[in-house]
Design a protein around this ligand. Structure first.
Ligand code: ZN
Length: 182
């Protein structure tokens, strides 16, 4: 079975059932969430970091942490959750984080949420939400709106060409007997 196949199955739990458990907390949740908030506070008050922190926990142990380092690293993708995912994957030694929980001081933005899906992280606990972030100038509503549009309708100008040439490489890879699917 492909590494992600089983966890994608888990994500197909009916929405009704998912909603019914979305406010269920475990004993340690608030402790870990406070640690994520503390990371946000510690770094944003002492450096150029934005006020966001995140932790990844596996079997009760912190395996990755991150805080917003976009300005410091001159990296627009250096959000707290992305850095925590990179550290956790490195620490655990796999790109599949299906037995972890992500704690974030703020609801993940669309980029981080997509990374959470790619990482197969099945559970996220957060403190502030997108509306709170918007109130201090971090507005990701446009990205969320654009994501559901077909690419031709998005504000980023996109053009498609050379599809057959690109596809040839894909098919070659698909025929490669020693390929690693993920
Ligand atoms: Zn983000």
């Amino acid at each position: 079975m492909r590494p992600g196949a089983s966890s994608l199955g888990a994500l197909s739990v009916p929405l009704e059932k998912r909603l019914s458990v979305s406010h269920h907390f475990f004993m340690d949740d608030l402790d870990f969430l406070r640690k994520a908030i503390a990371l946000a506070e510690e770094h944003s008050l002492s450096s150029t970091a934005g006020p966001f922190g995140a932790l990844i926990v596996r079997n009760g142990e912190v395996v990755g942490e991150g805080w917003n380092r976009v300005v410091e690293k001159r990296d627009p993708t250096a959000h707290a959750e992305i850095l925590a995912i990179r550290e956790a994957a490195n620490h655990i030694g796999t790109h599949v984080l299906e037995d972890t929980v992500l704690y974030s001081s703020c609801e993940p933005c669309p980029m981080c949420l997509a990374a959470i899906y790619w990482a197969r992280i099945p559970r996220v606990v957060f403190a502030t939400d997108a509306e709170d972030a918007r109130a201090i100038g971090f507005d990701d509503a446009l990205i969320a709106q654009e994501l559901v549009l077909p690419w031709e309708a998005r504000s980023i100008q996109s053009s498609q060409a050379l599809r057959d040439e690109g596809k040839e490489i894909m098919e070659k890879w698909k025929r490669k007997p020693d390929r690693t699917e993920y």
